[in-house]
Design a protein. Sequence first.
Lengths: 184, 35
Amino acid sequence: MGLERSDTLRERFELAGDGALITAAMFSAFTSIALLLSAPFEQSEVPVAVQLMSAVAVFVPGVAGPVVAWLMHGRRISLVAVLGAMAGVPVAGVVLLAFALLTFVLGWIVSPISRADYAGPLAGVGLLTIGFFVLVGRLVIAAVRDLASKGPSRRALAIARVLSAVVVTAFSAAIVFLAFPRRG
Amino acid sequence: MLIGAVTGASIVTAADLVTRLSARRSEEAAAVAPR
């Protein structure tokens, strides 16, 4: 009974983690493509087609990421699941709003170190990034274990996890590299 | 990317929760239904 319960909790944790990881990876990939396409137009106005593609790049991963994670966990897309997923959108909004409020508190906490306006949001994004990559690390470890021990049923999920982890790591590294260019 | 992660996790967790609740309700309804 206890083992069954811990398996259920693990499955729930991994489903939520994969939803986060796969959506973030798709978002990173689509955003990279949109940025690369709009890069040549830095000095002039970006064409409407490229602007539309950028808008799609934000919307598509928000739908496709959770759907891919859901299907890879062997779940069926039913009317109840779709209604639940739709309820998850305002929940995400509330979570992000709570995070925005938390950054004000963090700004107050770090005020003895830095009084800059961006100190709170920077600390918040830093903590969230650390938490996200801890989650990614745990999922990748589980994926490597699955690849080493279990049958082909979890293989696709494990490969998707590793690929997604590579994409989000590369995207984050590129953003840090672009945000803090080397001087000299 | 982080907004995508929060959105993805929220959507699948809500879908999972609602699906489980619906399945439990169906099981309970089946258990009390007259045979």
